[in-house]
Ligand binder design. Structure first.
Ligand SMILES: NC(=O)c1ccc[n+]([C@@H]2O[C@H](COP(=O)([O-])OP(=O)(O)OC[C@H]3O[C@@H](n4cnc5c(N)ncnc54)[C@H](O)[C@@H]3O)[C@@H](O)[C@H]2O)c1
Length: 310
C-alpha cells in the first residue's frame, strides 16, 4: 500500500508523513520544495516537482492507493489580492489531479479543505458541516469549489474521496515566520523577545487543533469507507473555541519568559468566531482530538526553542 502526499514537505504534510510511516505505509512525497524544518525521512520517496506540471503529477500519482492533497498556493489573507491566480493555481490544477486519480484508479483521495473559511461568518457555533457556506475570501471559495468538483468526480467517475475541513492547526514545524498560524507566529516572536501583534482586541475566537491530531484525522479520512450516500465531508477541529486573548494567557503559562502584546486594527478577512462541531468525525471516522491546548502549546514551544531563533 502506497500513499502520495502532495505538499508533504509542509507543516501538516511532514506530520502526516511521520504518522503514515509509523503505520508501515509506503510514502511518496510530492512537493516543490524540500522541508525547511525536517530532514528527509528514511524509506520515504521524495519527488520535487510542481503541482501545475501535469507530467510530474502523472508520475507522482502512478502506483499509489491513497492521495493526500495538501498543496495550496494561497492563504486566506492573500487570496483576495489575486483571485485569478487562486483559481488558476488551485482549482484548475486540482481538477487535473482528479483526472489523473481516476485514470490511475486510486482508492481514495483526501483533500484538505478549510473549516475556518468555507462557512464565512457563522450563523451559530459550533458549526456543523451543513451550515451555509458563504466564504469572505477567495481561498474559501476555491476550497469549496474543489469540494464540489470532488463530489462531481465521485458522481461521474466513482472517485472515492474524503474532505477534511481543518480548523486552525498548530504545533511543531509551523513556520514562525508565516503570514498565518497565530500560535506559531506568537511563539516565534516570543522566542526572539519581540512583542506579539494581535489584530483587533483579541476577542476573535478560533478552534485550534494540535498538529498530530490533525494528521491522525487525515489518515482516518483515508481509512474511512463511505456508504454510497454516506458523508464524505468532515469538520476536523478540537470542537473548542479559544479567543486570542485566552491563547495568549495559555502561552504565558507555558513559556518561561515575559510576553508583551501589541494590538493593531482588525482585518476584514477575519470572521469573529469559528468553532467546529466535530461530532460527525467522532462517529463516522472514529477519530477525536487527544492533545489539549496547554500540552500542545508546550510541545510547540519546545520545538520553537530548538530553532535558536534570533
Ligand atoms: N495551516 C493551516 O492553518 C491550515 C488550515 C486549514 C487548511 N489548511 C490547508 O492544509 C494544506 C496544508 O497546509 P500547510 O499549513 O501544511 O501549508 P504549508 O505551506 O506548510 O505546506 C504546503 C506545501 O505544499 C507545497 N506546495 C504549494 N504549492 C505547490 C505546488 N504548486 N506544487 C508542489 N507543491 C506545492 C509547499 O511547498 C508546501 O511544502 C493546505 O491545503 C492548506 O490550505 C491549512
Amino acid at each position: 500500500m502506497k500513499a502520495l502526499v502532495i505538499g508533504g514537505n509542509g507543516f501538516i504534510g511532514t506530520a502526516l508523513v511521520d504518522r503514515l510511516v509509523e503505520r508501515g505505509i509506503e510514502v511518496r512525497v510530492f512537493d516543490r520544495y524540500p522541508s525547511r524544518f525536517k530532514e528527509p525521512v528514511a524509506g520515504v520517496e521524495y519527488m520535487i516537482g510542481d503541482f501545475a506540471n501535469l507530467g510530474e503529477v502523472h508520475q507522482a500519482v502512478s502506483g499509489v492507493a491513497w492521495v493526500f492533497h495538501l498543496a495550496y498556493t494561497t492563504l486566506p489573507e492573500t487570496s483576495n489580492e489575486d483571485p485569478v491566480y487562486d483559481v488558476r493555481s488551485n482549482v484548475i490544477d486540482t481538477i487535473q489531479l482528479l483526472q489523473e486519480c481516476c485514470e490511475n484508479e486510486v482508492d481514495k483521495l483526501v483533500f484538505v479543505s478549510s473549516g475556518g473559511t468555507v462557512y464565512g461568518v457563522p450563523q451559530c457555533v459550533p458549526i456543523k458541516e451543513n451550515h451555509p457556506t458563504n466564504p469572505i475570501c477567495s481561498y474559501g471559495i476555491t476550497k469549496l469549489t474543489i469540494e464540489k468538483y470532488l463530489a462531481l468526480f465521485h458522481h461521474l467517475k466513482h472517485l472515492e474521496y474524503s474532505v477534511a475541513r481543518i480548523a486552525n492547526p498548530y504545533g511543531e514545524r509551523q513556520n514562525p515566520n508565516a503570514k498565518q498560524g497565530a500560535i506559531g507566529v506568537f511563539l516565534g516572536r516570543i522566542a526572539r523577545s519581540q512583542p506579539i501583534t494581535i489584530y483587533g482586541d483579541g476577542s476573535v475566537v478560533r478552534d485550534f487543533l494540535y498538529i498530530d491530531d490533525a494528521a491522525e484525522a487525515l489518515i482516518a479520512c483515508a481509512d474511512y469507507v463511505a456508504a454510497p450516500d454516506g458523508p464524505r465531508l468532515f469538520n476536523i477541529g478540537s470542537g473548542v473555541g479559544y479567543s486570542l486573548n485566552e491563547i495568549v494567557d495559555t502561552i504565558k503559562k507555558v513559556v518561561d519568559v515575559d510576553v508583551k502584546v501589541n494590538h493593531i486594527p482588525a482585518r476584514q478577512v477575519d470572521v469573529p468566531s469559528n468553532v467546529l462541531d466535530i461530532d460527525l468525525a467522532r462517529t463516522a471516522l472514529k477519530w477525536e482530538p487527544k492533545v489539549d491546548l496547554e500540552t500542545g502549546i508546550h510541545k510547540a514551544w519546545q520545538w520553537i526553542k530548538s530553532l535558536s531563533l534570533v
